[in-house]
Design a protein around this ligand. Structure first.
Ligand code: NAI
Length: 302
């Protein structure tokens, strides 16, 4: 197949000073994109700030002959998120691609979790993704083109001990992208979600050393780049990637049962049908909440 390129395209990548974001920035820039490398540069739990990481990635891109500018704002406030997008407009005149990637961790069991740990995680991950997307969307809509990729996690899709704050935010991001995909469809704006696995400073503490070398951020970057490309026509989808593994994840609803609403629907009547209710055999995805509602109505009408 012909080479996938980003010449003339402008990309904003949040949290691109290290880990996965850096790999995305280097790959897109190497294929011709002009990149805004955003990174607040704090610690892995969200304290402090440092301009060095974003600047270093910009230097790397420039040294390789690419075009990039740094931005050091936080994604987690509406004003600063708008400034991240404004950096793309001021520097390169537009924004075509947004990768919502910035992230931190504050793992604790629910019993020990401070309200501040919950709020901080929600503000960086969920608010940050919402704010950057909202700031970029009108410009993409006006030009009739946009590619948005946001970052979820298996901790949200499947659950993980000690990550109630993070899991909630990450699954929220998947829901956000499902809705943005629908609002963007008419304007050539595609919105998808990546579920990555990579050895970065966020996973150094939980991954064995021998695994870290095998799950390089560079192994996730190709599918994210594809989701950012003109060639991609998928939207509202979730993709898993790590260590050379690539797959699609989805919410699937089983065919279920319809009980006669003409009669009283008792607890016992529901329990009697539990096997059928729980079965995913013959299940399917729905393209929208409206489609799912239509399915329920059609089943009710026999
Ligand atoms: P990382 O810590 O190397 O990269 C995250 C970057 O985001 C850091 O450079 C950090 O300075 C920046 N950042 C943090 N708060 C920010 C803010 N408020 N504004 C702007 N930048 C900020 O970690 P990694 O692993 O590369 O994480 C990237 C994304 O992937 C995160 O959203 C993370 O939750 C997600 N993820 C990573 C997984 C993995 O296996 N590494 C698994 C699942 C999800």
């Amino acid at each position: 197949m012909s080479e996938i390129r980003f010449d003339g395209r402008v990309a904003v990548i949040t949290g691109a000073g290290g880990g996965l974001g850096r790999a995305y920035a280097l790959l897109l820039a190497s294929r011709g994109a002009k990149v805004v490398v955003n990174d607040l540069g704090g610690t892995f739990d969200g304290s402090g700030a440092d301009q060095t990481p974003a600047q270093k990635v910009v230097d790397e891109i420039k040294a390789a002959g690419g075009e990039a500018v740094a931005n050091y704002d936080s994604v987690s406030e509406w004003e600063s998120a708008q400034n991240i997008i404004k950096t793309a407009l001021d520097s390169f005149g537009k924004i075509d691609i947004l990768i919502n990637n910035a992230g931190i961790l504050r793992d604790k069991s629910l019993m020990k979790m401070e309200i501040e740990d919950y709020r901080k995680i929600m503000s960086v991950h969920l608010d940050g993704t919402f704010f950057c997307t909202k700031a970029a969307f009108p410009h993409m809509r006006e030009q009739g083109y946009g590619r948005i990729v946001s970052t979820a996690s298996a901790a949200g899709l499947y659950g993980n001990f000690g990550q109630t704050n993070y899991g909630a935010a990450k699954m929220g991001i998947a829901g956000l992208m499902n809705c943005v995909a629908q609002e963007g469809a008419r304007y050539g704006i595609l919105a998808n979600t990546i579920v990555p696995t990579a050895g970065t400073r966020l996973t150094f503490t939980v991954m064995p050393e021998e695994v870290i070398g095998k799950v390089k951020p560079e192994f996730v970057a190709p599918i994210v780049a594809w989701l950012c490309s003109e060639q991609c026509q998928d939207s509202g989808k979730m993709f898993s990637a790590g260590g050379g593994y690539f797959s699609r994840a989805a919410i699937v609803e089983g065919p279920g049962v319809v009980l006669d609403a003409g009669k009283e629907i008792t607890i016992e009547a529901v329990v009697e049908k539990l096997d059928q209710i729980k079965s995913l055999e013959g299940g399917r995805e729905y393209a929208s909440a409206m489609e799912q509602a239509g399915m329920i109505l059609s089943k009710m009408n026999g």
